[in-house]
Structures are given as C-alpha cells and as structure tokens.
Design a protein around this ligand. Structure first.
Ligand SMILES: [Zn+2]
Length: 257
C-alpha cells in the first residue's frame, strides 16, 4: 500500500522546539511526503529551509490574508520563489475577524499572489473563511481564463453548498482533521461528494488534530486518521484513496518527480 501524504502543515519553530524530530517521526509513522506551508515571510523562508534539510518535505510559500497589510509584502514574497518552491499558499480571504486587513487589500494581495503562481506555473493553496462568495468569484475568473492554473482549497469547511460549484470548476479540496469531528456533518457530506480525482488530506499542524487526538497539538503523522476516516466515509479502501491522492499530487505538483 502507498504511504500517506500531508498536503498542508506548519511544523515551525514557533510551535515545536523539536521540529526535526516531529518531521522524522511522521515519516517513520507512515507519511511519505509533507507540504510545509508558509503564512508570512519569516515562515515561508523556514519552509524552504526545512525542505533543504529533509527529503520529501516540500515548501509552499505565501502570505496569509490576515497578514497582508500592504502590497509591498507580496513583492518580497515573490523574491523568495525559486526552483524548489512547489506552490503558493496559504493565500486567500479571511473576513472572520474585524482587526484584519481590509477586504479590498485582501483581494488585491490574493490576486497578486495568484499571478505569482501563474507566472511560475505552480499550484495555489487557498485559505477562505467567511469569504466564500468573493473567493469563489476570484477562483472562477482565473480558472476560466487559465484552465491549467490549479487551486486547492485547504481545510475545506464551506459545507456542502459550494462543493459542486467548485467541483465543476475543477478545483481540488484538501480535508483536515475537522472532518473527523462528530458535529462536522456538513463537511462529511462535502467529503462524500468530492470526486476522488480532486481530493487531498492534510493536518494543518499544529491546529485541528483529528479524532482521537482532538485537543492535542497536531502532527503530520495524524493525517493517517483523517485519510482513513475519509476512505470510510466514501466507502472505499484506504488503498484506493491513497492511490488517488498520489495521483493528484502528480497532476498538481509538476515539479515533484
Ligand atoms: Zn494552514
């Protein structure tokens, strides 16, 4: 059977004083690849450094919507893109809190970062919270204009209503440990609908540990629980789900051999 893949994690120094051990342990416990995702300039650099240090760690760099206070930061991000960077993320829109950058600035910086991904022919990992209409409109516009541009919705949590709309656009979904929570019926329905050729699993380490580790600090190895749970939801074998996830990685991340 193929091994597990964590499409989205943040095993940064800020959260772990033993980050190398956390990463190595995960590889020993069934993880084959992990995608370390930046949210600001500092941890985007750290993602690249971790990828230099560990085989099968791949850096995705970007500025999170809660951190896009000005456009200059996006120019600085662009300078960090090199041949090892496999994607841009996590980027997008987050209207949940009041004390965050304006909607206008968020949209501007989202689009600027999409343009960086397009120029470099690498996929985009999207964070969207309480902003589904605007997120959908922007992704739709870009998918229609550039059909080869790949979008992956991370920790998908918009429930069932948008699933089919995104599926129709050929957008990928990455499910986090939330899907394993008892009260996450909406998301479980979403995971059932998403076709196998558009699905990923992730941990979003250190957040959102899946059942039975809920409340603990998450680690990439816990992607095993989320993947197994989704296979059960979809009434297929874990092997079949993993085959599809591996295939999806190949389709999206052209830089990974
Ligand atoms: Zn994240």
């Amino acid at each position: 059977m193929k091994k597990y893949i964590d499409l989205h994690c943040h095993p940064f120094k800020e959260y772990f004083n033993n980050q190398d051990e956390i990463i190595q342990n995960s590889f020993e416990k069934g993880v084959e690849k992990m995608f370390v995702v930046g949210t600001d300039l500092k941890n985007s650099v750290e993602a690249k450094e971790l990828a230099q240090k560990h085989k099968n760690v791949f850096p995705i760099i970007g500025i999170h919507p809660n951190d896009v206070w000005n456009e200059e930061i996006i120019e600085k991000l662009e300078q960090l893109v090199d041949q090892n960077v496999v994607g841009i993320g996590e980027i997008g829109l987050d209207y949940h809190y009041d004390n965050t950058p304006s909607k206008e600035m968020q949209k501007k910086c989202f689009i600027k970062q999409i343009e960086i991904a397009r120029k470099n022919n690498i996929p985009i990992v999207v964070h969207s919270r309480d902003a589904h209409e605007d997120t959908y409109e922007i992704i739709k516009k870009y998918r229609n204009k550039y059909p080869n541009l790949i979008f992956i919705l991370h920790s998908y949590s918009s429930g069932e209503s948008y699933v089919q709309k995104y599926v129709d656009l050929g957008v990928y979904f990455s499910f986090s440990g939330i899907v394993t929570f008892k009260n996450a019926k909406d998301m479980q329905e979403a995971a059932k609908i998403v076709p196998l050729d558009l699905i990923f699993c992730e941990t979003d380490t250190p957040y959102l540990a899946p059942t039975p580790y809920r409340g603990q600090i998450n680690r990439p190895e816990f992607v095993v629980e989320t993947t197994n749970f989704i296979a059960m939801l979809k009434n297929i074998s874990v092997e079949e789900l993993l085959d599809n996830i591996h295939n999806n990685v190949k389709k999206c991340f052209l830089k990974i051999k």
